[in-house]
Design a binder for this molecule. Sequence first.
Ligand code: PMP
Length: 416
Amino acid sequence: MDIAVKSKELNKELDVEAIRKDFPILHTKVHGQPIVYFDNAATSQKPLVVLDAIQEYYKETNSNVHRGIHYLSNKATNEFEASRKTIAAHLNASHEEIIFTRGTTEAINLVAFSYGEAFVKSGDEIIISHMEHHSNIVPWQMLCERKNATLKVIPITHEGELKIEEYKKLLSAKTKLVAVNHVSNTLGTINPVREIIELAHAKNIPVLLDGAQAVPHMKVDVKKLDVDFYCFSGHKLFGPTGIGVLYGKSKWLNQMPPYQGGGEMIKQVTLEKTTYNDAPLRFEAGTPNIEASIVLANAIDYVNEIGLDKIAKHENDLLLYATEKLEKIQGLKIIGTAKHKTSVISFVIDGLHPSDIGILLDKQGVAVRTGHHCTQPLIDFYKIPGTVRASFAFYNTFEEIDIFVRALNKAISMLK
Ligand code: PMP
């Protein structure tokens, strides 16, 4: 079947051509060719509503929040707090449970420091998995070092799935927290997070989910999951960089000490003693990224208008289509073949280095990521130098996958 026809048929519910008009950067030319942007897991592109909202903020609202009594300051504060409510509604949380951070990394560091100060002591254990991003490894290693605690790791199968039976064995009275990703950025694996949470909760152990790669692709309901902490980054969700979210159950946030000291996070300061604000402001020291906090709500509204169900369906179609095409290439091996995956394909090719392939793809206008993707322990597990990773968003097309596969075949023939 002609690819354009097939694409239309598969896309019945999503008008990708119309959507692409919302993203000016997708019309860029790279080395003389239209860009094929397949690096969405690293960061996503921004629709016009987000770009316009950034300008609008600085033209009509710019002022500091929570401080002034003047018109603009009140306007900025209202929009900032309204965004917090939009994010809360999106996650089915309450707005006191939403903390603005710089991104997923800062959100995890906040919990590692603050929860760690309150609840982790010498001899305790924290559980992570073998497929974590460095952001969900290093903060826990630092905590364990500070507290003389131990990091335990859930092993994975060769397909890239967590070994749940092994996980069960790791849970003990010493475990103080389980921190795993909802979706792996390197493999695309969607982890069985409900089961992970239920098993931990059966032993009264809280769970943090790194949702950086989940939130752009699926509806996340923190109440349904009953998750204790959930983190994501705005820039992967079609919003600005420098903004992220930590969701935390009030029952934990209210027991956790501040992460940083400064303005906003206090109730009363004297030179002898300071009392702290309630959550979420207790965890938001200093002037926040006001513009990005506000604009993140525009990105969320945009995604919701399209519909996360439709997005997931289209992205899954792209994943299946690309997987089928790539599997036909001789010597190509897909890394990460879990049953449940988002639209991420990592692969290696016999005898070729991922970065050489990446460079030759770029010369043909195709943007992919190569290397360890900030998951060095995972890459070491597969005993490979890294992967080439193509990651799709809802604005990507079947035609782009065809261009990518042609460019890849050309790169292989040049390198072999
Ligand atoms: N966790 C995962 C699974 C990620 O994919 C990323 C970004 N690659 C991060 C954490 C870190 O996100 P950020 O750099 O936006 O803080």
